[in-house]
Design a binder for this molecule. Structure first.
Ligand SMILES: C[S@@+](CC[C@H](N)C(=O)[O-])C[C@H]1O[C@@H](n2cnc3c(N)ncnc32)[C@H](O)[C@@H]1O
Length: 333
């Protein structure tokens, strides 16, 4: 069977260059060989680890937000707990068990695009009643709490080299190479609405964020939505200096994004300014935008004193480190 790179080269030869977003979509979610489709190693020794598994503080804060939402809705009998992009399923298990132990009745729903990861989540969640969908549009709106950690950063980005767009082409020897064409006004506007771009600098923008966010918040009839990811607002993300797309393999920074599609993770920081604009466009009120450490502190977590830290305390100190660019975005319906 031909490799994903070979299939992409054939596709380019037949239909012309791909946008970087089309390339990223294939590299992460190609039905046979996508990095996420194949169910990447997540956690220690895997391709990446996230805050969700670093320390129980993270799950505890999600449980507290979900329980507060249930209280604010008047303790309904029907309450939907939804996690988008649940990775291993470990966080969903902790949150669902935490809510049950606090007497919060709930239906657990997981939104997961990767078939490989769905299988892993089913194993992790064995014994807990849950259902899976691939896309939030499959859900009938219901009251509840929806959360997602490190999902938006995996949404495909279009790549700009201002004022041009970087496309993915194939050379005569079958290598994937970059080519430039003038950026379409609608794509250029996604950036220029947030920052003043510098000629020749590189930026990543996410046209798919608005429809996904609309669909995620649209699945919550009344309740709250928490989206957590790395990034910042406007120029904090689009500084035009760092490579806007990063690759990871085995927990380390990977290689050229066009090399070996399907074998390395591709990710780009989330512009929470653009996220707020996307939410406003669908009439959603943003309640809070704060750093992950500030959010965890608001739930009572403090950095343990350095001289008496256990291994778990060090993990907590890591989550509470303000230098890490993680943000928590909360919206109400
Ligand atoms: C970086 S992992 C984060 C996993 C987990 N939330 C955690 O914190 O450990 C991204 C997850 O989102 C899923 N994902 C990415 N894009 C998605 C989309 N558009 N819809 C649903 N799931 C998506 C991936 O398959 C994976 O489960």
């Amino acid at each position: 069977m031909s490799s994903l790179r070979e299939r992409l080269v054939e596709r380019i030869r037949a239909h012309g260059p791909l946008t970087f977003a089309q390339y990223m979509e294939a590299a992460l979610f190609d039905p046979e060989s996508g990095f996420y489709t194949r169910g990447p190693g997540i956690g220690q020794g895997g391709h990446f680890a996230t805050a969700a598994m670093a320390h129980p503080a993270f799950a505890a804060a999600i449980i507290a937000e979900a329980a507060a939402t249930w209280e604010a809705l008047g303790r309904p009998k029907q309450f939907r707990l939804t996690e988008a992009g649940p990775g291993t399923g470990g966080l969903a298990r902790r949150v669902s068990e935490g809510l049950t132990s606090q007497g919060v009745p709930h239906e657990l729903v997981l939104i997961e695009l990767s078939t490989g990861l769905q299988a892993r989540q089913r194993e992790t969640l064995a014994g807990i009643e849950a259902r899976w969908v691939e896309h939030p549009a499959e859900l009938k709106p219901a009251s509840g709490f929806l959360y997602a950690n490190e999902v938006l950063d995996a949404l495909p980005v279009r790549l700009l080299q201002w004022p041009d767009e970087v496309l993915v082409d194939a050379d005569a020897s079958g290598r994937l190479v970059e080519t430039l064409q003038q950026a379409e006004p609608a794509i250029a506007r996604l950036l220029s609405a947030q920052v003043e771009p510098r000629v020749g600098a590189r930026y990543a923008v996410r046209p798919s964020m608005l429809p996904l966010v609309a669909s995620l918040v649209g699945s919550v009839r009344r309740g709250r939505v928490a989206l957590i990811d790395y990034g910042g607002v406007g120029t904090e993300v689009h500084d035009g200096r760092r490579p806007p797309v990063r690759t990871y393999i085995g927990g380390q920074q990977g290689g050229d994004p066009l090399q070996a599609p399907g074998t390395q993770d591709l990710t780009a920081d989330v512009d929470f300014g653009a996220l707020t604009d996307a939410a406003k466009a669908v009439g959603v009120e943003v309640e809070q935008l704060l750093t992950q450490p500030a959010w965890l502190r608001s739930h009572g977590w403090e950095t343990p004193p350095a001289d008496v830290r256990t291994e778990e305390d060090w993990a907590l100190a890591g989550l509470l480190d303000e230098r890490l660019p993680f943000m928590v975005w909360l919206a109400r319906r």
